[in-house]
Design a protein around this ligand. Structure first.
Ligand code: LMR
Length: 397
């Protein structure tokens, strides 16, 4: 049965974790996967999360099956974070939100449902995009193409190219957009650019799929949701995949959500019934712990304030690492201007290093990064950043 099975390639991001784990050098640094480490090099367990977990253990709740769509109080809290507490479309009951297995799980449920709804649609993702976007939508049976996004010459967005490409797609194409902290580039659209993108999408009746896995890592919770809220105000149907992996530092708990903005309460009820079928035939219903904890934090004013403070600390530490890296590279005599790293948002920097330079970082210095040149700035700390700067300077020589 298995004699002709070929070895699949390692995952371009998670495969780096495997290679990193196997590396025996004590000075190794993992700048591959998008995970926040504190200055001590550890993944933090947030204080707000610890408090909610203590209360949950104390209460010793039973672990029955959750509803197929997940914990109601969690889903409502997700909606408030994304759309704002006063959003009219929430009051109207137009938004379907289901708990999902991280942002990836939300994308998968959304992609599978879209395949039933629009089986012949084209899917467009940014060039470049998160490596898993293409794979996920192709696995759901779609043909996937890129729209221009990153302009390496300016370290900005190729907006004319993006708009022209979106306008040339067949009507009702599915357009995957990074709502904030674009992965891998760290380069986001401005509000004005978002408006232009929204205009083309509306004219072409495309179906936007906004992926927001880093809410709170650019400016803050509300500011980072501006694209979601702009699309909501425009009154078009769209999908949102969201995740608490990063913002709650709960990577392994797989806590995310899929939200679908429909036209009215009646549509929402019918769409929910269909999405529940997709979930039931994938994994039946979601797990309890992570979403219970997130829900407890978001629905308690004190814990929520504590969480936002901790999120702000993570955001600020990443910013400090960006500034420090740029300074250290200049101090080491690197001629290339790396000041763009300071402007990039979220966990990543699209460093401009070539695949060959990334390979040298790994083989000679034990520094792991994605072959696209993406480095996770959130994994730098006061102890490893000097060595990373030394190594980057060396491979650029
Ligand atoms: C990343 O881009 O590194 C993260 O989103 C983790 C993942 O699942 O790839």
């Amino acid at each position: 049965l298995f004699s002709a099975v070929e070895m699949a390639p390692r995952d371009p991001i998670l495969g780096l974790n495997e290679a990193f784990g196997a590396d025996t050098r004590p000075t190794k640094v993992n700048l591959g996967v998008g995970v926040y480490f504190n200055d001590a090099g550890r993944i933090p367990l947030l204080r707000a999360v610890q408090a909610a977990e203590r209360a949950r253990i104390e209460a010793a709740p039973p672990r029955g099956y959750l509803p197929i769509e997940g914990i109601p109080a969690y889903n409502t809290a997700v909606q408030t974070l994304l759309f704002g507490a006063d959003a009219a479309l929430l009051a109207n009951g137009q938004v379907v939100t289901v708990q999902a297995l991280g942002g990836t799980g939300a994308l998968k449920i959304g992609a599978d449902y879209l395949k039933r709804l629009l089986p012949d649609a084209r899917v467009a993702i940014s060039d470049p995009s998160w490596e898993n976007h293409r794979a996920l939508f192709e696995a759901a049976g779609f043909e996937v193409q890129n729209y221009p996004y990153y302009d390496a010459a300016t370290h900005g967005v190729d907006l004319p190219g993006m708009l022209a490409s979106l306008a040339a797609l067949p009507p009702r194409s599915i357009v995957v957009l990074h709502a904030c902290c674009h992965n891998p580039t760290g380069v986001d659209l401005t509000l004005e650019q978002w408006r232009e993108v929204l205009t083309v999408i509306t004219e072409r009746e495309h179906v936007p799929f906004l992926d927001i896995a880093y809410q709170g890592f650019s400016e803050g919770i509300d500011a980072d949701a501006h694209a979601v809220r702009m699309f909501a105000a425009a009154g078009l149907p769209f999908f949102v995949s969201s995740s608490f992996s990063k913002s709650f530092s709960l990577y392994g708990e797989r806590v995310g959500a899929l939200s679908i903005v429909t036209g009215n309460r009646d549509e929402a009820a019918r769409v929910l019934s269909q999405v529940k079928r997709v979930i039931r035939t994938n994994y039946s219903n979601p797990p309890t712990h992570g979403a219970s904890v997130v829900s407890a934090v978001l629905n308690d004013a004190g814990l929520r304030a504590m969480w936002e403070e901790e999120l702000g600390e993570m955001r600020e530490r990443i910013r400090t690492m960006r500034l420090t890296l740029v300074d250290l590279l200049a101090q080491r005599g690197v001629q290339r201007d790396f000041s763009f790293v300071k402007q990039q948002r979220g966990m990543f920097s699209y460093s401009g290093l070539s695949a060959a330079q990334v390979e040298r970082l790994r083989s000679e210095f034990g520094i792991f990064a994605v072959s696209s040149g993406r480095i996770c700035v959130a994994a730098l700390n006061s102890r490893n950043i000097g060595g990373v700067a030394d190594a980057i300077a060396e491979v650029l020589r």
